[in-house]
Ligand binder design. Structure first.
Ligand SMILES: [Zn+2]
Ligand SMILES: [Zn+2]
Ligand SMILES: [Zn+2]
Length: 145
């Protein structure tokens, strides 16, 4: 999906693809210096949910720089941001997968974890991927025999 298509289908915005309108709230852009958004507020709101480095700091601010696992005793600021739906190396380019909260189709959603909890999640994901690969390999083998 191109970034324009993603902006049009983004459930957080109202833009329908018409040029000259704010790509978040769909208001007519009045300033001649602006092209994409009607205001700094709309620009920031969009960035906070679609650009990784903005989304990451917004998620940390929201969690007050603490691990979100209940009962976790990690130090404040010992925090990293995790995509609830694993990116599996799919890149950190702009898009709706950086939404702070998941949408109705389950896209997006960020959680803040301490280093230890984040490493745990990453290891579980890697294990699941390895198991899938092994399963695919086994299938190929049984076909051959
Ligand atoms: Zn706007
Ligand atoms: Zn979006
Ligand atoms: Zn933790």
């Amino acid at each position: 999906m191109s970034l324009d298509e993603e902006r049009i289908s983004c459930p957080l915005g109202q833009w329908a693809g018409e040029p000259g309108r704010c790509q978040l709230c769909n208001k007519l852009i009045e300033s001649t210096r602006r092209r994409t958004w009607c205001s700094n507020k709309c620009a920031r709101d969009w960035q906070r949910n679609h650009i990784w480095r903005f989304a990451r700091s917004a998620a940390k601010r929201r969690s007050k720089y603490r691990c979100q696992r209940s009962g976790c005793s990690a130090e404040r600021r010992d925090c990293e941001v995790n995509h609830i739906n694993p990116r599996n190396g799919a890149g950190y380019g702009p898009g709706c997968h950086h939404h702070l909260n998941p949408n109705s189709r389950g896209i997006g959603g960020l959680e803040v974890l301490c280093h230890a909890h984040h490493a745990e999640v990453t290891a579980t994901q890697a294990k699941a991927r390895a198991a899938k690969r092994a399963e695919a390999k086994a299938k190929v083998k049984t076909k051959k025999n």
